[in-house]
Design a protein. Structure first.
Length: 193
């Protein structure tokens, strides 16, 4: 992060970046490898959606999603994404009586948007005027200028954007823990292990 004095760094976790800049508490959503065997630190996709929708709608969190660093560049280019890159979530919409789950995303580099379902190129998904109004989709604004803002379905987020980082408003939590350690405790040479 340039803010912390660095310039040439290989990347970071947006939740930790938000903490450095705002003090909001970082977290991640980890999905189960096997939906039939959910471990205690994993969150099923449907439960994650409901939780994100409710907390985002009440301004209790900031959300970013990112592609994997292992996503091949050719596939990323074909989809309109960048490998190992984070996108900020601008809006979360539960539309059409709960049948369409969408996120409005922004590429911080302000260019290159998603080319799949619900992209500006997908005229079929945006053919219903009532749905367009419900979502708040501005066809003219998104289609005439590529500023890196695009809509993506929750299913595609789960498929192509493997990391979800959430930054929680500190006041969202009712309890707070704080601990102190003796200044003389710990390693003498500054090592953490």
């Amino acid at each position: 992060m340039k803010h912390c004095g660095g310039y040439d760094f290989p990347g970071s976790n947006s939740g930790i970046d938000h903490f450095c800049l705002t003090g909001w508490i970082p977290g991640s959503i980890i999905f189960p490898e096997n939906p039939d065997d959910v471990r205690d630190f994993e969150t099923p996709a449907k439960r994650a959606w409901v939780h994100l929708y409710n907390t985002y709608s009440s301004s209790d969190c900031l959300v970013t999603v990112s592609t994997s660093k292992t996503l091949p560049d050719e596939k990323a280019e074909w989809m309109g994404l960048f490998t190992g890159h984070a996108y900020v979530v601008l809006k979360i919409v539960w539309a059409s009586n709960g049948t369409k789950l969408l996120q409005l995303l922004k590429n911080s580099w302000a260019s290159k948007g998603w080319k799949g379902q619900f992209s500006v190129h997908d005229t079929h998904s945006w053919s219903n005027p009532a749905f367009i109004k419900e979502v708040g989709y501005d066809i003219d604004a998104l289609a005439t200028y590529d500023d890196g803002v695009f809509w993506m379905s929750w299913d595609d987020v789960l498929l192509y954007l493997c990391n979800i980082h959430v930054s929680w408003r500190p006041g969202f939590f009712r309890l707070r823990g704080h601990r102190h350690w003796d200044v003389n405790a710990g390693p003498k040479d500054g090592r953490t292990t």
